[in-house]
Design a binder for this molecule. Structure first.
Ligand code: ADP
Ligand code: ASP
Ligand code: MG
Length: 405
């Protein structure tokens, strides 16, 4: 007997037939004698619709009320899946985040899970009842509902798996594993049997939305065995595991892209101590995460241009925060640009091999793709390019690094 957490994403619960299909998969695990908790997302498209409603009412809205609205999608699916399981003769009960409760911090819209109360849940699981838990939801310090950021049901699942000491956390989705790059864009993408926590963390944080970044962080920290697999076809998925478990290590294991980037250039900022703090401090206070940053060498010793990226969804807020301070910051112009994509190549092999970045630059140059910003770390290189080059760049790089299937 094993204790398993199964998670099903939006497409997997996209309509009633699919929910019935999920119920059959859950029943199969129960029939094998396993203790099961299931985490589900909202039906595909529902969360987007809810986000859109909030934006229509007010583009810059209260984050607490945003959470009240967008957390509702998951309530529907836990109820429907519980009914579907009961129809199959499986004992099941639905759980909203607050009912467990899954405690989070108070960062509405991107809350972090802090603790999960598992006593009652474990008691019921041990008695053969399937716990059907709403993903994405938390309960903040002020007892208000929070949400965990887009794609947050993955994190709910891994956190629950860690909390109940599950033997496995199976993430069922609409692809049958983690690929070398998004298989919807590069047809020659190859499925990986295994990937290290570290590489998966980079892939996720650099845009491969197959797993939410925090879910990987959490899996790595608590050593949860995460498997990504298809809810539609029976095929072995991808295991996320320790580096030691992987025999053949690739130089580059994956390529990610993120369209969720926007670039801001401040033209002619004063070049003096304290300016970076004066710019990035208020952005941090406004909950805007800054990612890539480049500052040019000042030509006259007095002024310089500063370029950085933020999430596309934060562009308006970042622009507002900076424009309000134009006087004190003393820049000449702010140029926003949301027509960009960040493309990253990732691989633990980079630690010991040179030339990976060079190959990236020359491959993009051969396709006449201009690089706007570059950042590197121990196991990745990222570049910012114009959004229209996304497909071209991904395919060219995928071939250049020998990843094509
Ligand atoms: P779910 O609704 O099940 O959570 P998501 O849409 O969040 O599913 O994540 C699955 C999607 O992630 C896939 O449909 C695929 O397009 C995308 N994706 C991006 N990069 C990768 C990758 N490297 N491997 C697999 N899927 C990827
Ligand atoms: N329903 C939420 C979203 O669309 C959470 C999830 O699907 O993981 O972001
Ligand atoms: Mg997802």
């Amino acid at each position: 007997m094993a204790r398993i957490v199964m998670k099903f994403g939006g497409t997997s619960v996209g309509d009633c037939d699919r929910i019935k299909n999920v119920a059959r998969r859950v029943k199969a695990e129960v029939d094998r004698g396993n203790e099961v908790a299931v985490v589900v997302s909202a039906m595909s498209g529902v969360t987007n619709q809810l986000v859109d409603y909030c934006k229509q009412i007010a583009p810059l809205h209260d984050a607490r009320e945003y959470d009240t609205v967008v957390s509702t999608g998951e309530q529907v699916t836990i109820g429907l899946l519980s009914i579907a399981l009961q129809e199959l003769g499986v004992q099941a009960r639905s759980w909203m985040g607050w009912q467990i409760p899954i405690r989070s911090d108070g960062a509405h819209g991107k809350a972090r899970i802090e603790t999960i109360e598992t006593t009652e849940l474990e008691r019921r699981m041990a008695s053969g009842q399937v716990a059907v838990v709403a993903g994405f939801q938390g309960l903040g310090p002020d007892n208000r509902v929070t949400t965990l950021g887009r794609g947050g049901s993955d994190t709910s699942a891994v956190a629950l798996a860690a909390a109940v000491h599950a033997d496995r956390c199976d993430i069922y989705t609409d692809v049958d594993g983690v690929y070398t790059t998004d298989p919807r864009i590069v047809a020659k993408a190859r499925k990986l049997d295994k990937i290290t926590y570290e590489e998966m963390l980079e892939l996720a944080s650099l845009g491969a939305k197959v797993l939410q970044t925090r879910s990987v962080e959490m899996a790595m920290k608590h050593r949860v065995r995460v498997q990504v697999l298809s809810s539609f076809v029976d095929a072995p998925g991808t295991l996320v595991c320790d580096e030691e478990e992987i025999v053949e290590k690739e130089l580059v294991s994956g390529i990610a892209y993120s369209r969720d980037e926007a670039k801001i250039t401040l033209v002619r900022v004063a070049d003096r101590p304290g300016v970076a703090a004066a710019i990035f401090g208020p952005l941090a206070d406004a909950n805007v995460n800054v990612d890539m940053i480049v500052q040019n060498v000042s030509e006259d010793g007095k002024h310089t241009d500063l370029t950085f990226t933020v999430a596309k969804s934060d562009l308006d807020r970042a622009t507002k925060v900076l424009n309000e301070r134009q006087g004190s910051l003393g820049y000449e112009r702010l140029v926003p640009d949301s027509n960009v994509v960040k493309i990253s190549v990732i691989g633990v092999g980079m630690r010991s091999h040179a030339g990976v970045a060079q190959k990236m630059f020359s491959t993009l140059a051969d396709k006449a793709i201009n690089i706007q910003v570059i950042t590197t770390s121990e196991i990745k290189v990222s570049v910012l390019v114009a959004e229209e080059y996304t497909e071209l760049a991904l395919r060219a790089l995928h071939s250049a690094y020998g990843l094509d299937a």
